[in-house]
Design a protein around this ligand. Sequence first.
Ligand code: MD6
Ligand code: FE
Length: 201
Amino acid sequence: MSRLTVGPGITLFKALAGDAVLQAALAVIEASPPRKMLTPGGKAMSVAMTNCGPLGWVTDRDGYRYVSDDPSTGRPWPAMPAPMAELAAAAAEASSFPGFVPEACLVNLYDTESRMGAHQDRDERDRAAPIVSVSFGLSARFRIGGTSRGGPTLSFVLDHGDVLVFGGPARLAYHGVDRVLPGRHATLGAQRINLTFRRVT
Ligand code: MD6
Ligand code: FE
């Protein structure tokens, strides 16, 4: 494990997340399988998504929002497994955001064709809390800029087990996933899983 300050409010922990967190994420994926949601414009996203915790992020023709039930099952999202919430809290604390209790964890499932365009995470009312991101499986090139679109950016690779915390001055930074690097991961094959833990209300 190593801890790197990428920029103001952005901390990267290499290889911090272990197998207990991965197994917990796979159990969530089994309980509420990821699906390609529609953007408000009606296009299917290339990343399949599900959630766990009291709230989950969804998108459809009615827009982006947090809801307490999985629209595809009509039942509450799976509970957030303790190993997931504990890792998110520990990474936040080590990045000077103590007391982080996530309300939502968005689970993103990528194949080698998936991408995530530059966006801000701004559907949360709580902007004081950071977002904690955990990556598993294939590596991906992640890009982050400033709080306005079109400025300078920097990119780095997120590998299996990496944990990225961004908050404070970076909480509304534009960011995205340029591409998943080709290959096969020993346990996840040609897939990447990303977990983002948020405080919403
Ligand atoms: C991903 N991550 O790595 C997409 N958002 O698959 C995000 O969109 C993200 O990594 C907010 C904070 C950290 C992130
Ligand atoms: Fe994001």
